[in-house]
Design a binder for this molecule. Structure first.
Ligand SMILES: Nc1nc2c(ncn2[C@@H]2O[C@H](COP(=O)(O)OP(=O)(O)O)[C@@H](O)[C@H]2O)c(=O)[nH]1
Ligand SMILES: [Mg+2]
Length: 319
């Protein structure tokens, strides 16, 4: 930060008579001047931090939020988890704010005769129309430097083509929050290369739509029997992906496979961080990756160690 103290005034290069002539009025205004300069030069005066936890239904978003909350309790770090899923019923974390106070899925389904999916989209669009009221008021309950975690619903429409979450994120950014998208993909889903590519495409569409720093997480690592199978998908080579795709699909899809492998490579997003909730070290590592993305803790010097896929503690290596 530049110019937040008055020491530069001591380096005044004007001649002594002029300096002494102005010294009394200048001293009177010194505190104001310093405050003014601080405001001008301060990079992030009231910066907040937020994770937007997204991914398909059942991928483990709410469980992740709850484990993250527990972990932060253990290490004495303050986070607030906010429920954005109007269909959620039970929570394993204290809910700091809840979309169901704004709109209830049951009411929408009953009054508008909508099904669960249509009802949920309606609720989220209602949220989009109430960002200036509901969200702004809720945010006022938090401190400027609070770390918020938003537990989102899983409907793919919300992070593919309906702009609600995009508008939600822009609202947070206008309130000076640094936001990271945390995309969870169920490791049970990754049984072959075609499913892996399909998971990547869904994550990529969220990344493009939201335009946020993005961390991909492979959840439920405790259920993976042979961890070597998953290793191949944590940081795979595009060429290997392509040859596997070609092997598992008809020859007429060759060009499409090449384009898909290139797309995934160009967005450098074929990278998943494994998460095994049984291991504190795994949660700590995931959190450090996200903190790094949003520059949380620059002032407190958060320790981020290099990724070592063979480290059994992180969750990808064999036990
Ligand atoms: N074994 C295992 N099960 C998990 C894990 N995370 C979530 N689950 C289970 O997966 C189901 C869906 O989890 P939930 O957190 O509700 O998913 P969400 O729909 O993405 O919020 C629940 O039955 C959870 O108990 C995990 O890390 N390991
Ligand atoms: Mg959930």
């Amino acid at each position: 930060m530049v110019g937040t103290d008055a020491s530069f005034l001591n380096r005044c290069s004007c001649s002594p008579p002029i300096c002494s002539h102005f010294s009394v009025p200048l001293l009177n205004f010194l505190p104001l001047l310093v405050a003014f300069l601080s405001a001008l030069h301060c990079d992030n005066p009231t910066m907040g931090y937020a994770q937007l936890v997204i991914g398909p239904a059942g991928s483990g978003k709410s469980t992740y939020c709850s484990s993250l909350y527990q972990h932060c309790q253990t290490i004495g770090r303050n986070i607030q988890v906010i429920n954005l899923d109007p269909a959620a019923e039970n929570f394993d974390y204290p809910v700091a704010a809840d979309i169901r106070e704004l709109i209830s899925l049951d009411d929408v389904m009953e009054e508008l005769g909508l099904g669960p999916n249509g009802g949920l989209i309606y609720c989220m669009e209602h949220l989009g129309e109430n960002l200036d009221d509901w969200l702004t008021e809720e945010l006022e309950n938090f401190l400027d430097d609070d770390y918020l975690v938003f537990d989102c619903p899983g409907q793919i429409e919300l992070f593919s083509h309906i702009p609600v979450l995009k508008n939600f994120v822009e609202h947070l950014q206008r309130k000076n929050f640094s936001v990271c998208a945390v995309y969870l993909l169920d490791s049970q889903f990754i049984t072959d290369v075609t499913k892996f590519i399909s998971g990547c495409m869904a994550s990529l569409s969220a990344m493009i739509q939201l335009g946020l720093p993005h961390v991909n997480i492979l959840s439920k690592m405790d259920l993976v029997k042979n961890k070597r199978d998953i290793d191949d998908y944590l940081n795979p080579e595009p060429q290997i992906l392509l040859s596997e795709l070609n092997l598992s699909m008809a020859p007429r899809f060759g060009k499409l496979n090449k384009a898909l492998a290139e797309l995934v490579d160009e967005y450098s997003m074929v990278s998943f961080v494994p998460l095994d909730l049984r291991k504190e070290s795994s949660i700590r590592y995931v959190l450090s990756q996200i903190d790094n993305c949003i520059q949380y803790g620059e002032d407190v010097d958060v320790k981020v160690k290099d990724f070592d896929p063979d480290d059994p503690d992180i969750g990808a290596g064999s036990d």
